[in-house]
Design a protein around this ligand. Sequence first.
Ligand SMILES: [Cu+2]
Length: 114
Amino acid sequence: MDQIRRVIIALAAVLVWALVPNAVQAEEHELVITHMEIAETNIRPKVGDTVKFINQADIAHNLYLTYEDGTVQNLDTQFPGMSKTAKIERSGKVVVRCWIHPVIRMEFDAADAD
Ligand SMILES: [Cu+2]
């Protein structure tokens, strides 16, 4: 009886694991903002992943992401020392800019989710 119960519990655990794939597979990528730029990195996030922007500058920024279809994702004001996280919504080229400092600009490619 105990063995059957253990097998049922194991099967239930596998089923739960299979039903929540994205929550388990999503990755977090990190980008650091120095004074007036975003430190060069080669991130390649997938849709559903998050990108964490860490403000190590001594000035405030307000980053926003623009997707290929024109959709804008605004991260709001980010004071020195603050981190903001964006969940990637669409695949393709993503441009990151700052409303306050137009000189800040970087881009990365987002891949489709698995
Ligand atoms: Cu800025």
